[in-house]
Design a protein around this ligand. Sequence first.
Ligand code: CMX
Length: 439
Amino acid sequence: MDYIKQRFFEKGTVARAQIAELLSKSKDLIVDEVTVGNVLGGMRGVTSLLTLTSKLDPHEGIRYRDYKLRDLYAHLPRKKGGSEPLAEGVFYLLLTGDIPTSEEVEYIRQDWVQRSEVPPHVFKAIDALPSTSKPMTRFATGILAAATQSQFQKKHRSGLRKEDYWDSTYEDVMNMLAQLPVIASYIYRTEFCDGNPIALDPDLDWSANFAHMMGFNDEEMYRLFRMYMFIHADHEGGNVSAHTSHLVSSALSNPFYSYAAGMIGLAGPLHGYANQEVIRWINDMYKHYNKTIDNPLTLEEVTSFVNQTLDEGKVIPGYGHAVLRATDPRFTTQLEFAEKHIDNDSMIETVKMLFQVVPEVLQERGKAKNPWPNVDAISGSLLLHYGIKDYIFYTVMFGVSRALGVGTQNIWDRFLGMSIERPNSQTLDWFMDFVKEAK
Ligand code: CMX
């Protein structure tokens, strides 16, 4: 058996025994209760999912396995002389719960290079879309088209025991991870550049290769991509994209299908699309006050525009969160990155001004439970600074990174034999009667 697979199998066997014990001894223990408000409020906060890869704490933010993001800077292998963790190591940690050695990271890097050849019909499927298609439509289409190579689907159709589902799922997820930067950079090159794709460099790591294939070839860009891929990799199981993927996968749809479905969820403005919305909205603010880079916005103008946006019944993109109740550490990591590596950028200065203004305004208005910035409040301004100007592409970049976590969750779901999801639903009459009886 492949070395990484073997390491996963050992971990998985222990977890399988724990699941078996939970089911045999504690199946009827009550974990949580569900109120009418929960049902009508998107099941916010109701514990009903099992996710091994990461855990989101409302105040301290995401932990990949047992580690806060900040601590992983010190623990995860980096490129010689580099400061950002490598995505290959993030994947290994999410999969096994252990910090990998540099050799293990190099093993995964080479494995992904070997698996990176995308079937040609994937590009044809993307090209067949009309020019009005959004990058996320292209991305999800590309992932769906890549499903022809699914080993899980083929093996399942020809008969597969449930305890072996994970093996071909692992193969599919590894192939998908290896190919996503190729698919995404193809979309970028054909939609925003000269149309000529750039071949993968077999000596680069996954994140740097993504930058390279998009057409950016310097250490600064590689560093930015490594940081970006690292912080967006996972956010436990209940967010829209991870949960959608889990749900679709629970019907034994193959990993390409389930991840493509998740990406359609990521494309929504309340989720990953917010990273583009922030830039569009700041641009609108500049236009509104007839301001330019040389003549930046004032604090008063920013405050007034924030209030105006809220008065129009819109949300402030990049602020608020369904779980977090503090500034997202992924925001802070990016702010520190900007402070360390970037001087005098008016967009980043505006982002900082918004950080001064928005939490206070949202608190005053008293509606949003979390007035603090999330990951999307700043990510676009960094990408823009480094020359990725076509901000409608940003959610695709988020989607490439998130596959590290969601793909890993998919392998675990198969290993643990998670059931098909089928919550109960009731009619409005049922709820009205239920409340009448309860009173
Ligand atoms: N601006 C204005 N109003 C906001 C707000 C914001 N940034 N965040 C929340 N609110 C409002 C909600 O719209 C809601 O109003 P209604 O009662 O009229 O529906 C009210 O405050 C309560 O919402 P909440 O419980 O605080 O937040 P939710 O869990 O319902 O929603 C989220 C969370 C992220 C969708 C919301 O904060 C939001 O719309 N933020 C802006 C979009 C955004 O940045 N999304 C990216 C999130 C991170 C990611 O997934 O990438």
